[in-house]
Design a protein around this ligand. Structure first.
Ligand code: NAI
Length: 712
């Protein structure tokens, strides 16, 4: 709703009330229409202030209303009515003015913001555009280039930047509503002609065509298949080239196309999935989040390689004391420099002081004795990790949580090395750990709810999307990655090239295909692990199933990827990131096929996508069947935030629903018939059950999953 009072004699004060962010629900919109009418018809009122209750102006449209039949007054005419008012209307922006909230403020004649307020038009991140005049008013107010930047990226800006750009007229450190009322009194009798943004011409850059061409090219490149950023550019172009009314029509047309696209649905699904993972529950229905997390003041990290360094930085940036332990003196020195550098650069970027003093370094494990929580990140070697856990259990004070960053090893096995297995959980970060948003919190059969709650809470404090998952080889993300990678290797054996596979996956929307990714992370890591587990490099059959040793064979040639300047591609020099096609690899593949009597055939993008993605999705269904993830939304969040799955495709499980479960099942059956020695292609029981149940929408899968679990 919107509350109306008269203040300072002649100012009508309208306060939006819809906690927590005063979203523009139908009731709020109705309230604004009514109160504006009331203020304008009150002869005592000379000017109007619109503010938000509880220190927040307005967080935008009510996302819960998306996809439902709209009731109440629409946003566009409501904002027009505000703009057309014959008394000055001032927006008092505290907290947030986002999306529809900022569009409402742009309909006002003046904007006063608190110095801590944040403004933005983030619609693009939900697959939409600011369709209440935002794409038409903002370029008129601040010019085309700046408007393009804000609208196509959806980034939030500070009040200071908004002032520089000319979005707000004044920034205050004082009470914003008081400042706005004072301002409203001062402009009460002034002409509004120049203040109605929609009536002003849009500044036309001289090189309009070149400007839009350049921006469009850049946007298409970074959007990697997302259509909303492209539509945003088209809408701003309309502002620059058409009269306002026609520009608004174009904005509405583009919005309708986006609204009905699968991409907007996928992005909105992701938005809710990301929120829901915080309310974690086990597939059995038991909840962890009813348990209270224990406060963590001092953390420790063991092993300062790639991951340990990133984790140390992420912990320190959260404000925790961190003891960082590394046994190799040389590594310790290098790590110290690297961590300090990362902290300094991060602080500079965020405009805060670096927190170097929060981190202390040691080569002695005794240094972690008084830590509240320890994260182990030594080599991926079970024997070594077991020893470290035994030592930690002896050294740490009672009650210290012991966490491991292992990518795949058994948490329960590590827990059994300690005095208190209930304090052991996995905290699986992704590289680089101070940047990547995902954290898998892995609970073993003996992990206590308090330990899981503490790890989840710490992850959240570190700004991560934390997802609680069960204990199995590879947990959720890496377990699903295995069949995906395996198919990519098989496709090479059957006639594809790394370029063909990568191109298909990158066109689908992944930031990097399998082979460019593998060159980046280093082929030697996986190969070393496979060697350690006793797998011979040349064998094409393992445990009775088809296996491709291609990656190991490439490693034997000293081709470890970017770090050696050679991998699945060639690089100008070690460490370079520009991958070029390598004829040597093509010869290597031909020789390999000849040696094993394999006949190369033509493979198209469709087959690459179906085999790589459907085998990954199939494993996702197995994970749901096994109760390792609480629901499809958790799997999707893991893939979107940790594995570069294109957000506008919602995540693998959502995508399966979009493709159609029958189709996924039919293609898996087809490929499994063609490759009966590949178990990952055998359709999972849950997928069959879902199809047999009429392929319900994703939010109804849980009913079928529950039935499967109850029969186990
Ligand atoms: P790394 O090889 O870069 O670093 C491991 C570090 O541990 C080395 O500096 C080594 O000297 C140190 N170390 C070995 N034994 C130690 C001990 N007893 N006490 C203290 N330090 C010791 O390895 P990386 O890549 O950082 O991986 C660490 C862990 O994180 C592994 O379990 C790995 O599977 C996991 N992980 C790795 C990811 C990656 O992308 N590299 C991603 C997610 C998890």
């Amino acid at each position: 709703m919107a509350q109306y009072t008269r203040v300072s004699g002649s100012v009508g004060l309208i306060s939006l009330r819809n906690p927590p962010v005063n979203a523009l629900s139908s009731v709020v919109r109705q309230g604004i229409v009514d109160t504006v009418k009331r203020a304008l018809s009150d002869p005592e009122v000379k000017s109007v202030v619109i503010c938000g209750h509880n220190g927040i102006f307005c967080g935008g449209a009510d996302i819960k209303e998306f996809g439902t039949t709209m009731s109440g007054p629409p946003l566009v005419p409501m904002i027009h009515a505000v703009e057309a008012a014959d008394k000055p209307v001032v927006a008092a922006i505290e907290g947030l003015a986002l999306g529809g909230g900022l569009e409402l403020a742009l309909g006002c004649h003046y904007r006063i913001a608190h110095s801590k307020a944040r403004l933005g038009l983030p619609e693009v991140s939900l697959g939409l555009l600011p369709a209440a005049g935002g794409t038409q008013r903002l370029p008129r107010l601040i010019g085309v280039p700046a408007a393009l930047d804000l609208i196509t990226t959806g980034r939030h800006i500070t009040a200071a930047e908004a002032l520089t750009l000319g979005i707000v007229d004044q920034v205050t450190d004082q009470n914003t509503v008081d400042a706005a009322v004072k301002f409203a009194l001062s402009v009460a009798e002034q002409s509004l002609d120049a203040r109605r943004i929609s009536t002003n011409p849009c500044p036309r850059p001289s090189d309009l065509d070149a400007l839009f061409e350049g921006v469009m090219q850049k946007v298409r490149q970074t959007a990697r298949g997302a259509i909303a950023p492209v539509a945003c550019v088209q809408a701003v172009r309309a502002a620059a080239t058409l009269p306002y009314t026609q520009g608004m029509e174009r904005e509405q047309e583009l919005m309708a196309t986006l609204f009905n696209s699968g991409q907007a649905r996928a992005l909105q699904y992701c938005f809710f999935a990301q929120r829901a993972v915080g309310r974690w529950s086990m597939p059995s229905g038991a909840r962890w989040d009813t348990s209270k997390p224990r406060p963590i003041r001092k953390a420790a990290v063991i092993g300062l390689g790639t991951m340990g360094r990133g984790i140390t930085v992420a912990l320190a940036q959260t404000g925790l004391f961190v003891v960082a332990v590394e046994t190799q003196e040389k590594q310790l020195m290098e790590a110290k420099q690297a961590v300090s550098g990362m902290l300094e650069r991060g602080a500079k970027r965020r405009g805060v002081a670096p927190v170097l003093n929060l981190v202390s370094y040691s080569s002695n494990l005794q240094a972690v004795a008084d830590a509240d929580l320890v994260i182990e990140a030594v080599f991926e070697d079970m024997a070594l990790k077991k020893k470290v856990f035994q030592q930690l259990s002896a050294v740490c004070k009672p009650g210290t949580f012991l966490c491991t960053n292992t990518s795949a090893l058994d948490i329960d096995h590590l827990a059994s090395q300690t005095r208190s297995p209930e304090l052991v959980v996995g905290m699986h970060f992704f590289a680089p750990a101070h940047v990547m948003k995902l954290l898998e919190v892995v609970y073993g059969p003996r992990s206590s709810p308090e330990a899981v709650a503490t790890a989840m809470h710490l992850g959240k404090k570190m700004g991560k999307v934390s997802v609680a998952v069960g204990n199995c080889r590879g947990f959720v993300g890496n377990r699903m990655l295995k069949p995906y990678l395996e198919q990519a290797f098989f496709l090479l054996e059957e006639g594809a090239t790394p370029e063909l596979v990568d191109q298909a996956l990158e066109e689908f929307g992944f930031a990097m295909g399998v082979f460019r990714m593998s060159d980046l992370s280093g082929l030697d890591v996986g190969s070393k692990i496979r060697k350690a587990s006793g797998q011979p490099a040349s064998n094409r059959v393992q445990q009775g199933h088809r296996y491709s040793p291609l990656g190991d064979l490439l490693c034997e040639q000293g081709r470890f990827g970017q770090k050696t300047g050679r991998g699945w591609y060639q690089y100008d020099k070690p460490g370079s990131q520009v991958a070029r096609s390598d004829p040597w690899v093509h010869c290597f593949l031909e020789e390999y096929r000849a040696r094993h009597g394999l006949v190369a055939r033509r493979i198209d993008h469709q087959e690459v996508l179906e085999r790589c993605l459907y085998s990954l999705i199939n494993e996702g269904f197995r994970i749901l069947e096994d109760g390792i993830a609480a629901g499809p939304g958790d799997i999707d969040a893991i893939y979107v935030f940790g594995y570069g799955w294109p957000r506008y495709r919602g995540g693998p499980m959502f995508y399966a629903g979009m493709v159609g479960l029958e189709r996924v099942l039919e293609r898996l059956e087809h490929y499994h018939q063609a490759h009966p020695d590949v178990p990952y292609l055998q359709p999972c029981g849950l997928l069959r059950r879902l199809v047999a149940s009429g392929s319900p929408p994703i939010h109804k899968w849980s009913e079928v999953i529950r039935k499967v679990h109850s029969q186990l």
